[in-house]
Design a protein. Structure first.
Lengths: 365, 515
């Protein structure tokens, strides 16, 4: 076993969950429950090591897992605990390989913690990276799929002990369709594991360093709060992002289209943006920000809403009239900006074909 | 309409008597360990000061921090069994998993996981197992526990399992206080369960305290009805409050902020409420406290109540003042309600902030000769320390650089003299009893929480229907129809349900109708 990387400590879990919520860009589910679950396991003696992408040999097998369901269910029907663990074991059985480590499909939101929890049960390390560098609503929206990962065999497990294996699916779109359907039948809270990937492939395609990035963002938020500094400014400085708007929510309007919440939040500017108006398109995540009618940030770049005074991340489901928020833009990783990637996660893929993706540039660069 | 507002704080019991919107008299009395004596004293004092007869009083509104303080101070809490229905789901996190260890131990850490619970769409996770629940009941009985909180997964969608389990426990444990989570909270299992457990552990205390209020009012000769204020500043009747003491949480800050707005006539401001032990600072927007948007902790326990966003520091009129090698420290320890015997100016032996203010010649209180020994330098440094503590928390509550005024209320207001951090300070008339005024002007609310299928009716039609129902509910709870206004609208679509299902929550409030 490698001694590279670092062991996750109990004290790392709160900042990791805060950073994950922020990278969730309004979606991805609340990581609070996952943070508590990981904490219980680490308190009981579980050890989970975070490995850098260069730690394991090319032929090591890596498992991808995460929760699949609805965020509102995640805060109410808390997991039995071993959903993802049962799913990765099923994938190992069907594929005939033993996994050397787990990796998160999405670092944003509750799925940052799911591989940590499954790894704690399995006695495996986790890889410092993920398949999105943020949160997205669907299974196929990962760098792994975009760059050719196989979808099968995959497995989905519920709280009751049911495990459904997808032995063959022709691509990730079909897996998304089938897994979504099964997860709803499982009560919209289930663990999903996808076909094992070789380490050389993961090294090439994962968004690198995102577990550590989330941890550090969370530490920045906690440190700023402790020192009573402006959290929004500290986050902008620490992430290389840019503040795009500060304003008060004047209306939030939502509808359901195809099982996903779609809507718009309207903001009236305050501070430097007094007199301006902004609009944010929201699905499960924040998709597009317009300021005075001009689109200024769009998927796959990250649109992060923080409560103006506390710096608390505001998820799309708690967005409400009267909140005062800061809207920060963070550039997504280059792997998410190639033409192949934009086909899957660009503005058109989210229903905005009229928008041409204009990437944010890092203010740190 | 003649109404009396009472605020029972940790240190003082304040009372005001109002005729319509006019404050006739306001008084303070000390809070007593038995609660009742303090309330009787305050009622008698305020009636005497107003010159009115007890029979003229139409209604009494009581705000109390008694239950919040009991949880914060971990006292008078009953051993409580927390029964959760949902296995095999939820096994990863037992009840009270994120509670502070001392509070968990105070109420015994009696968590039970049992089968039951619903899926988001009402399907059953697993059937209720009566034998399992009877086994738990036997264990509860053997441990001599009399308070039970029952929480079932998705009980806000279907409360049947909680009700059935409640009946099973009521039969097996006659006389037990049973709290069902669906009667208290919304979706969010841990937070709703936390609220239910806290409510259950307060039931013994609430029976005692509500009875004390009832006796105090009867003893004073008042025939009018009495109400308690809840965390959103609206009223609940006494019988309801006895069953749901947890709903009084944070009513203190809400009342003082609403009272501050009423007394000063200023609707947008920062409010500093200085009591005997702590100062609460919050911001007022259009006459209502700004609500916290994130989970609010009470005594270290996470809840999902909608509460005012208030920041507290350990600075009050009874705070200890101590010279250390690092300079002067003020608070967080305080003599609290014992100020009238323990502060130097009252012949005691503990140096408090009030002593220093009297020594500075800024207030007439007690015997000034008892603090004549304090040096001018010490007095000046203590005042500087107090000022910097206040500036710090006002700055935290400020949401914009706009120069909002600071309204200072509460019995400890003598600590403030002049602007705070460059902001204008308003001390309204009756500032010392602002929280009692806030209780007296409390309104009546009606709430609906329904799921509409937007495939059948449009969003506007759904919202209008919900608003109408909320208005009717407020009127049914005692509000004057022509005063009812909609104060809160929330509509959230429910993912994965057919027909574009949307959950609509509307709250209406109006003036209490007394006739």
């Amino acid at each position: 076993m490698s001694d590279k990387g670092y062991l996750l400590k109990e004290d790392d879990l709160l900042p990791l969950s805060i950073g994950a919520a922020l990278l969730g860009t309004g979606g991805g589910g609340n990581p609070y429950v996952g943070m508590l679950r990981a904490r219980e396991l680490i308190r009981q003696g579980a050890q989970v090591r975070v490995l850098p992408l260069d730690a394991l040999p090319d032929d090591a097998w890596i498992g991808e897992c995460g929760g699949i369901g609805a965020p509102v269910v995640g805060v109410e029907k808390i997991e039995e605990g071993r959903e993802c663990y049962r799913a990765i074991r099923a994938v190992e059985d069907v594929s005939g390989v033993r996994l050397s480590a787990l990796i998160s499909a999405e670092i944003g939101g509750s799925n940052a913690l799911e591989p940590v929890i499954a790894a704690a049960y399995a006695g495996l390390p986790v890889i410092d990276g993920d398949g999105m560098g943020r949160a997205f609503p669907e299974v196929q929206m990962t760098t792994f799929f975009i760059y050719g990962a196989k979808a099968a065999p995959a497995a989905i497990a519920d709280d009751k002990g049911n495990v459904v294996v997808f032995k063959e699916v022709i691509d990730m779109f079909w897996l998304e369709t089938f897994a979504r359907g099964v997860s709803v039948n499982m009560g919209a809270a289930a663990g999903l594991a996808i076909a094992p990937m070789r380490m050389d492939f993961v090294r090439r395609t994962a968004v690198p360093g995102t577990v550590t990035q989330a941890l550090q963002i969370g530490q920045t938020v906690l440190d700023a709060r402790k020192k009573r500094q402006n959290v929004v400014e500290r986050v902008v400085a620490a992430t290389g992002g840019k503040l795009f708007f500060t304003g008060k929510v004047t209306d939030v309007r939502r509808d359901l289209v195809g099982g996903f919440s779609r809507g718009h939040a309207h903001l009236s500017g305050v501070g430097d943006w007094a007199g301006s108006e902004a609009r944010i398109a929201i699905q499960n995540e924040n998709l597009v920000l317009w300021v005075d009618g001009v689109p200024v940030i769009m998927v796959p770049d990250l649109i992060v809403n923080l409560e103006l005074d506390t710096g608390e991340p505001i998820t799309t489901e708690i967005l409400r009239y009267g909140q005062r928020i800061a809207v920060i833009g963070l550039p997504v990783h280059d792997l998410m900006k190639t033409p192949q990637a934009l086909d899957i996660v660009g503005p058109a893929a989210f229903g905005y074909p009229e928008l041409t993706f204009i990437p944010l540039t890092s203010s740190a660069a | 309409m003649i109404r009396i507002g009472i605020d029972v704080g940790g240190t003082n019991t304040d009372a005001v008597i109002m005729d319509g919107t006019t404050v006739i008299a306001g008084v303070k009395a000390g809070t007593t360990a038995d609660v009742m004596t303090g309330v009787v004293n305050a009622l008698q004092k305020v009636l005497a000061a107003s010159g009115l007869d007890a029979s003229a009083v139409d209604v009494v509104m009581i705000g109390t921090t008694h239950f919040t303080n009991a949880v914060v101070q971990r006292r008078d809490l009953a051993q409580t069994a927390a029964v959760r229905l949902g296995l095999p789901a939820t096994a990863s996190l037992p009840p009270m998993v994120d509670w502070p260890e001392d509070l968990k131990q105070t109420i015994g850490n009696h968590g039970y996981l049992a089968h039951g619970g619903n899926e988001f769409d009402g399907r059953i996770i697993s059937p209720l197992d009566e034998a399992e629940l009877l086994g738990i009941a036997a264990d509860i009985k053997a441990k001599g526990i009399n308070s039970i909180a029952i929480t079932s997964v998705f009980s806000p969608v279907s409360s049947d399992f909680e009700k059935q389990a409640g009946e099973i426990f009521a039969k097996a444990l006659p006389g037990a206080h049973i709290t069902l989570s669906s009667e208290i909270g919304r979706i969010g299992l841990l937070e709703r369960e936390n609220a239910a457990i806290m409510n259950a552990c307060l039931r013994d205390l609430s029976a005692h305290v509500i009875e004390a209020f009832r006796k105090a009012i009867t003893e004073t000769g008042i025939k009018g009805r009495f109400y308690l204020t809840q965390n959103d500043g609206t009223l609940m009747d006494a019988a309801f409050a006895e069953k749901f003491p947890v709903l009084t949480f944070a009513s203190g800050p809400t009342n003082s902020m609403r009272g501050a707005a009423f007394l000063s006539g200023v609707a947008d401001a920062i409010v500093v409420d200085i009591g005997g032990t702590t100062s609460d600072v919050g911001s007022l927007h259009k006459g209502f406290p700004r609500q916290a948007t994130v989970a609010v902790e009470v005594g270290g326990v996470r809840t999902n109540f909608r509460m005012p966003d208030v920041f507290s520091i350990g600075l009050g009129g009874g705070s200890h003042v101590v010279e250390t090698d690092k300079g002067i420290t003020v608070g967080p320890t305080s003599v609290g309600y014992r100020i009238v015997t323990e502060a130097l100016i009252f012949g005691g032996t503990t140096l408090t902030t009030s002593d220093v203010i009297v020594a500075a010649g800024r207030a007439e209180l007690g015997d000034r000769s008892k603090v004549a020994h304090l040096t001018a330098d010490f007095i000046a440094r203590t005042q500087d320390k107090i000022t910097s503590m206040l500036e710090d928390c006002v700055e935290r509550s400020r949401l914009s650089p706009d120069p909002l005024p600071v309204i200072v209320v509460g019995g400890g207001s003598i600590l403030v003299d002049g602007p705070i951090g460059g902001l204008e300070v308003i001390k309204p008339n009756h500032f010392a009893v602002a929280n009692a005024v806030g209780a007296a002007i409390a309104q009546v609310s009606g709430e609906v929480d329904r799921v509409y299928s937007l495939a059948e009716i449009g969003r506007d039609e759904a919202l209008n229907d919900a608003k109408q129902r909320a208005t009717d509910a407020a009127v049914a709870a005692g509000a004057l129809r022509e005063t009812v206004a909609i104060v809160d609208v929330e509509d959230v679509p429910l993912a994965y349900l057919p027909g574009n299902a949307t959950r609509v929550r509307v709250k209406a409030v109006g003036e209490l109708h007394v006739g």
